[in-house]
Design a protein around this ligand. Structure first.
Ligand code: UDX
Ligand code: UDX
Length: 462
């Protein structure tokens, strides 16, 4: 069978895998190949047990796999055979040298560009899918044109806005598709080729085009704005706790203003995930690089408030439990950075567990999907920690439960049974504000939500 287009994606991660599966699913006329340097990942994509958990992903992958969706480690062959190459390799925060802890580490990105150059035998469109610092396309172009071999490369920026846990829904029905290119004839032509792919299922008015720099920057800014809303409401949650206001009531009242909107206003233990912190720090670094100190400080405060919120959560636990956690058992409900994913990258749970272990608490972690990752995240950290699939078993004998991830299953557990299995006084710290506090209080728990009055059975005299 001959296909209309040969599409390659380098990087079979959380972004590359689901995005390509959706393109293959929606466009049976294209051949879509996903390659990765990691053979275990590729084998997992070929198996029944996919390397990432995403609701609905299995169905989409199974429908297209071996029909027009292929997974392989042969990156060189993939490059030779493709017309369009999406690059979705990871761009973590640099851990060394200039910009360490802030700037993006572009080594995988540059290595991939060179790999494309070394193996390409025909002209290609290169699509930046990974989130990158603004002006990365220029570096990419400079590498790709460093040999005068008459092969043309057009670099297009098409950032991915999917959120984990809802990736399939977001891919199927995106708010917008953004495609940026050079404003030259060939740049616009390349951009239109990418527009053609998405047109197969995304309404025309949702596909927007821009210059390549705006496109690169928009991704960083979208993530920074989303994270900023969370830090804003989390900062207010601290004030609520001091004033008897209820942060949920405040966010409802504020969010009903059409101009503000009601999304991303849930106070929490802090945001996590592979993108928010990394992208904001990247923005901070870029602003500083361009001498915009005030702008850079402004955005850095979003990350600082997030750190403060995580810290505050642990301090609330410590203070509520009589300023000592040594030897006490604390059960973490959830370890993933949000519900419906097994991903734990930058999860607040990592920070919280380490702090609790530093206080010499015994920590029982339960999570429906993230226990394997949790174990890897905590490897090498000293302390008494165990990983238990069943939440009832995990809570048994504990002094406290800390809800860290808003998994639905935690909303409807038999808390009476749980209370009876715990040591008294029993505490619940709800880092996601998902539980029914009055009900828990009536069972006998001492309840500490975020940004709401606590409900305890302690009186001034006892
Ligand atoms: C990553 C970034 O975190 C995100 O900012 C960006 O938008 C897209 O890439 P994600 O897909 O979640 O997102 O990363 P990850 O799951 O780590 O996947 C990257 C994949 O690229 C890995 O499977 C890795 O093995 C692969 N890779 C990395 C290569 O194939 N070649 C390389 O040189 C480096
Ligand atoms: C984010 C962006 O939403 C997505 O567009 C981008 O492509 C990648 O980064 P993701 O990190 O997968 O997606 O998840 P998201 O739903 O944005 O949640 C990020 C963090 O914020 C999670 O830890 C979540 O629990 C937290 N959060 C979210 C809150 O604490 N409160 C909220 O109101 C919303």
């Amino acid at each position: 069978m001959t296909f209309e287009k040969n599409i390659l994606c380098i990087g079979a991660g959380y972004v590359g895998g689901p995005t390509m599966a959706m393109i293959a699913h929606k466009c049976p006329q294209y051949k879509v190949t996903v390659v990765d340097i990691n053979p275990d990942r590729i084998n997992a994509w070929k198996s029944e047990d996919l390397p990432i958990y995403e609701p609905g992903l299995d169905e989409v992958v199974t429908a297209a796999r071996e029909r027009n969706l292929f997974f392989s480690t042969d990156i060189e062959k993939g490059i030779k055979e493709s017309d369009i190459i999406f690059v979705s390799v990871n761009t973590p925060t640099k851990t060394f040298g200039e910009g360490a802890g802030m700037a993006s580490d572009l080594q995988y990105w540059e290595k991939t560009a060179r790999q494309i150059l070394d193996n390409a035998e025909s002209s290609k469109i290169i699509v930046e899918k990974s989130t990158l610092p603004v002006r990365t396309a220029r570096a990419m172009e400079r590498i790709l044109t460093s040999r005068n071999n008459h092969i043309r490369f057009d670099v297009v920026a098409n950032p991915e806005f999917l959120a984990e846990g809802t990736a399939i829904r977001d891919l199927e029905n995106p708010d917008r598709i953004l495609i940026g290119s050079r404003e030259t004839d060939s740049g616009r032509e390349a951009r239109n080729e990418i527009v053609d792919i998405y047109r197969n299922w995304v309404p025309e008015e949702k596909i927007i085009t821009s210059n390549v720099w705006s496109s690169e920057l928009s991704k960083l800014v979208a993530n920074a704005f989303l994270a900023q809303r969370i830090s804003s409401i989390n900062s207010i949650s601290a004030l609520c706790e001091k004033t008897q206001a209820d942060v949920a009531e405040v966010s409802k009242a504020v969010g009903m203003d059409n101009r503000i909107g009601n999304k991303f206003l849930n106070a929490s233990v802090g945001f996590g995930g592979s993108c928010f912190k990394k992208d904001i720090l990247n923005l901070v670094y870029l602003c500083r690089h361009y001498g915009l100190e005030e702008v850079s400080n402004y955005w850095e405060s979003v990350v600082r408030i997030n750190d403060y919120q995580k810290q505050r959560f642990v301090l609330t636990i410590l203070e509520a439990m009589f300023n000592t956690l040594a030897g006490k058992r604390i059960c973490l409900f959830g370890f993933a950075f949000k519900a419906d994913t097994g991903d734990t990258r930058e999860s607040p749970a990592i920070f919280i567990t380490k702090k609790l272990l530093d206080e010499k608490a015994v920590v029982n972690i339960t999570d429906p999907k993230a226990l394997e990752n949790a174990e890897a995240d905590l490897a090498g950290h000293n302390g008494n920690v165990s990983f238990v699939k069943d939440p009832y078993e995990a809570a048994t004998g504990c002094d406290a439960i800390a809800v860290v991830t808003e998994w639905d299953i935690y909303r409807n557990l038999d808390y009476e049974k749980i209370f009876n299995s715990m040591r008294k006084p029993a505490f619940i710290f709800d880092g996601r504000n998902i539980l029914d506090y009055k009900y828990l209080y009536n069972i006998g728990f001492n309840v500490y939500p975020i940004g709401k009055p606590k409900l305890t059975h302690f009186t001034k005299t006892n």
